[in-house]
Design a binder for this molecule. Sequence first.
Ligand code: SF4
Length: 466
Amino acid sequence: MGGFFGVVSKESCVDDLFYGTDYHSHLGTHRGGLATFAEDHFFRFIHNIENAQFRSKFENDVVHLRGRLGIGCISDTDDQPLIISSHLGRYAIVTVGKINNLNHLVQQAFQTQHTHFSEMSDGTINPTELIATLISRGKTFVEGIQLAQTAINGSCSILILTKDGIWAARDRFGRTPVLLGFKDGAWCATMETCALPNLGFFSQYELGPGEIAFITAEGMEQKCKPTDTLRICAFLYIYYGYPASEYEGINVEWSRNRCGAALARNDEVEVDMISGIPDSGSAHAIGYANESKRPLTRPFVKYTPTWPRSFMPQQQTTRDLVARMKLIPIRTLIEGKRLLFCEDSIVRGTQLRETIKRLYEYGAMEVHMRPACPPLVYSCPFLNFSRSKSELDLAARRAIYELTGQHELDFTPYTDHQTDEYKAMVDRIRLHLNLSTLRYQKLADMIDAISLPKEKICTYCWDGQG
Ligand code: SF4
């Protein structure tokens, strides 16, 4: 995934930029970057944040940044912001999204424009550089951004820093949010509204699908109207959005509480206590416990002083070790108990299996799991969403393969909770995880908890409809 933040102020923007970008740290684990403009000059820093928090990597740079305008990003893929010289002028750019036809567009640019791209260390082309190249084909920024949005298969939200202000553009189908905030003497653009209150900003406006705006310290100007076709990513509400944020006017924590409550309404299992797998299962568990009127406890606590969520090593074995070290079991709350856990989702299930094993080792009598969304059958083709990178790794797809011996088939029956195929798949996952019971959220209940109309939400991960 990734996230970005931009600010234009009458005073120095540096502190707001630093903290505003930091509030997007939960969206990516690979690279962080900041750029400001002052004295006819771009200032820029980019760091690897795989093994350290954004703030610790950038706090020594902040004193060297100057200016009233700046953009920053947390990226799961490429080095950003890029600084571009073009016929549109000089600008810095950050993007969030995924370009499925990147190779095709690069080859097209080679043939029609005889241009070139710099390679990243892994030999691939930086997608943000490709977006900048597409934008430069336009006579204006608006035309260029629209050309880029139309050319790419996938999605792309963009911030462009110029000497006069910041262009903010939301992806064509609004899969990722882009919101504008205001305070006396400054405007900002953000993907997470949780960045606003502690910096004194008020949420002012949410860009619609494909909408383009230009912000200065004086205000915002709409440069391209939104379309009617909104497909905001449902996973923002279920898992990766920050609980204090709102998109389309709907708070994340509130919708997670509603998810948990819906799970409880469909349940009749007798248990001693309700818990969430920390951290993202916690809000769902609160909703479940309140609805079922059963006690909410924390049989696992997370060692937060040194294991922040943003620390995400690339090696799977190290990731598994980190997942284990982070969660500390409490025997008093586990031994002899019938436990029901809420979890945001089950992706591969490998770490969850290990967590469940530990519960039994600590004397749990029963372990019941209630994921807040339906089984993940498809991986995300629209965002660089690391949770579902490889389809064949998904717990649901592995179960389907075990049941059918096929990787390619019509998956529709497995997306309908009433079919025998769905029930067999869920039971196979339950056996694999060694759970007493496993009951997934129904798609309709998840949509109802988010409380946007189905046609405005991307649910591709679950039913292939995006
Ligand atoms: S496919 Fe899944 S992760 Fe991707 S945008 Fe749609 S709901 Fe979100």
